[in-house]
Design a protein around this ligand. Structure first.
Ligand code: NAD
Length: 490
């Protein structure tokens, strides 16, 4: 494999060995901020997936047999090892996906934090005893699935690579991880560190195209538990495909078109700040939880739009390592075209483009994939701009007249991931929390994820909850044992 700008070999991890694709094919990784080639990495094949699954199946038995305390200790060692390279991971991610280095540092800490969180829960995987007569004992234990396939998206590369392997491993499974082909470098580097700590085959990292490596993993009859984080369309395809060859439990963390509802009793400046933070412009809006629809009460609508426009127009795009930058580069050309396409569509649909939405074509950012953060006002609730996930820095503002209309508009999409409400009326906030179709609701707050709080969506935003104890449980199955023993001494 040719030398790389990162100085790393970028090879996959299968059965404890650093390896290239079975046919030697590679994919290229470019920095979206500069256009610079960062390196090449293996374009894995279905054969590679087969080898990874076989290795995982071999490693899983002894891992499960070693017991929860030993597993937790090993994963704590992994967390320690990863922590020593924290800055390197953050730099790899910001180079590879264009997000700000300051944000990617937070991602690295969050990913390692999740690993420690789940390791700490290892002894909580208790079973139960079921009441029975003398001479009978019935108990249920939690057993692992065996081999787990975990497929993750591009937007938080290291954080997902680490946090999403934690629960299945703690629960006693072996894992085959498939990172996004757009941001695979940090997962491959993570695998190098993991290879020093974990037994061979327990964690395998296979890179390559979704339609090849991802598909082979989903279709593999020995993978009985699949967990996917990514887009709705891919998730729908995975559900169908997984059902073809075997019965596999599949959880899906999908997209969102999440509402932030601002009532007229909210503090205007606070709510404007919330709209900016909630949209995650620091990741160019590339976050499933981004509050990309802001619903504003008619009484404050015009002032809100004016201040929001001013605030977003003032956001400073910059190179990921620039400490003063407030928004970075879009991950790849395809995503950039998608964002620009939605900006054109918004205008065609009659929405008012208040600021941004154009590619930066001058200065040092011209070589990269930078779009000025956009705000649209007068967005019709049933327009495609208001209904479809853009996954880019495009914020839509919609107007409502009263609480009932706010709820109706907020719920009128196929998604249901996150939602937020700004109001000083406690009753209204609680009514909103109850009525809104969302798996995660903030009141006078945005974007925060708390370890131990279930995260996931309703409707087409997904199945399952992550980031808490239920995630760990979801990588186990119950096994019931019924025992008859002599009730009297012989
Ligand atoms: P994507 O669906 O294009 O890709 C996600 C992963 O699926 C990648 O690793 C890709 O290679 C793989 N994949 C693609 N086709 C596949 C196939 N046919 N079979 C198996 N795997 C396949 O998503 P993306 O563009 O990387 O990420 C953005 C999406 O992820 C957005 O919709 C976003 O909302 C969602 N997301 C959701 C959450 C959440 O927790 N709900 C978190 C982050 C991102």
């Amino acid at each position: 494999m040719p030398a790389t700008a990162t100085g790393l070999s970028h090879r996959m991890l299968i059965d404890g060995q650093a390896c290239e694709a079975s046919d030697g094919a590679v994919l290229e990784s470019f920095s979206p901020a500069t256009g610079r080639l960062l390196g090449v990495f293996p374009a894995g094949t279905a054969d590679d997936v087969d080898r990874a699954v076989a290795a995982a199946a071999r490693a899983q038995g002894p891992w499960w047999a070693s017991g929860p305390t030993a597993r937790a200790r090993t994963l704590e060692h992994l967390a320690d090892g990863l922590e020593q390279h924290a800055e390197e991971f953050a730099r790899l991610d910001s180079a590879d996906n264009g997000s700000l280095l300051t944000e990617m540092r937070r991602d690295v800490a969050a990913g390692i934090g999740a690993l420690r969180y789940f390791a700490g829960l290892a002894l909580q995987l208790r079973g139960s005893t079921i009441p029975a007569a003398t001479g009978e004992l019935t108990y249920a234990t939690r057993i692992p699935y065996g081999v787990v396939g975990r497929i993750v998206p591009f937007n938080h590369p290291f954080m997902f690579a680490v946090s999403k392997i934690a629960a299945p491993l703690v629960a006693g499974n072996a894992v085959v991880l498939k990172p996004s082909e757009h941001t695979s470098l940090s997962a491959l580097r993570m695998a190098e560190v993991a290879a020093q700590v974990l037994p061979p085959g327990l964690l395998n990292v296979v890179t390559g195209l979704g339609g090849v490596v991802g598909d082979a993993l989903v279709a593999h009859p020995q993978v009985r538990r699949l967990a996917f984080t990514g887009s709705l369309d891919t998730g729908l395809g995975i559900q169908r495909r997984a059902a073809e060859n075997a019965v596999a439990t599949t959880t899906l963390e999908l997209g969102g078109k999440n509402p932030l509802v601002v009532f007229d009793d909210a503090d205007l400046d606070t709510a404007v700040e919330a709209a900016v933070r909630g949209m995650n412009f620091t990741w160019q809006g590339q976050s499933c939880g981004s509050l990309s629809r802001v619903l504003v009460h008619g009484a404050i609508h015009d002032r809100f739009v004016e201040r929001l426009t001013e605030r977003v127009a003032g956001l400073r795009p910059g190179l990921p390592e620039d400490p003063d930058a407030q928004t970075g580069a879009i991950v790849n050309e395809q995503q950039l075209e998608k964002v620009l396409g939605y900006v054109r569509l918004g205008v065609e649909e009659g929405a008012r483009l208040c600021t941004g939405g154009e590619r930066i074509t001058d200065g040092e950012l011209a070589a990269g994939l930078f779009v000025r953060p956009a705000v649209f006002a007068d967005v019709a609730p049933d327009s495609r701009l208001a209904q479809e996930e853009i996954f880019g820095p495009v914020l839509s503002v919609l107007r409502f007249a009263d609480e009932a209309e706010a709820i109706r508009i907020a719920n009128a999409t196929r998604f249901g991931l996150t939602a937020s409400v700004y109001t000083t009326d406690l009753g209204r906030a609680l009514r909103f929390a109850e009525a809104i179709d969302a798996g995660y609701v903030w009141v006078n707050e945005v974007s925060r994820h708390l370890p131990g709080a279930p995260y996931g969506g309703v409707k087409d935003s997904g199945i399952g909850r992550d980031e808490e104890f239920d995630e760990l449980l979801s990588f186990t199955q119950a096994k019931t044992v019924h025992v008859r023993y002599p009730s009297d001494p012989a």
